[in-house]
Write a protein that binds this ligand. Structure first.
Ligand SMILES: [Zn+2]
Length: 114
């Protein structure tokens, strides 16, 4: 693995760590919610995309689709973009959340909540 690829995989891991699936779905303007399910960007079915219990991914519960997504995969499918563009999108979501002072964001001063 070259240095660039290493850097990319490290950034992907950091972005996945920082975001939960629902936040990514919301940033993509998918219809739905983590509670009711999201519209699946792979098959277009309504509210079939269910967030995983660990909130780091989701899967379409339509048997003919059964597509699983992690955060970058969801962006790639919903937007039809490459992995590196998806990563840029995720990093922008993280930066915007920090800029908005979301209390859910890990604090630099008080450690993480929960
Ligand atoms: Zn689907």
């Amino acid at each position: 693995m070259n240095a660039h690829a290493f850097d990319l995989s490290r950034r992907i891991a950091a972005a996945k760590q920082a975001l939960c699936f629902g936040e990514v779905a919301m940033a993509l303007n998918l219809k739905g919610s983590s509670r009711t399910g999201w519209d699946c960007p792979a098959c277009g079915s309504r509210a079939t995309l269910r967030e995983r219990p660990d909130r780091k991914g989701g899967r379409c519960n339509l048997p003919s689709c059964d597509r699983g997504f992690d955060a970058p995969g969801l962006v790639m499918t919903a937007r039809g973009v490459s992995g590196s563009t998806a990563l840029t999108f995720l990093e922008r979501v993280i930066n915007e959340r920090k800029a908005n002072g979301d209390p859910k964001a890990p604090s630099l001063f008080g450690g993480e909540h929960g």
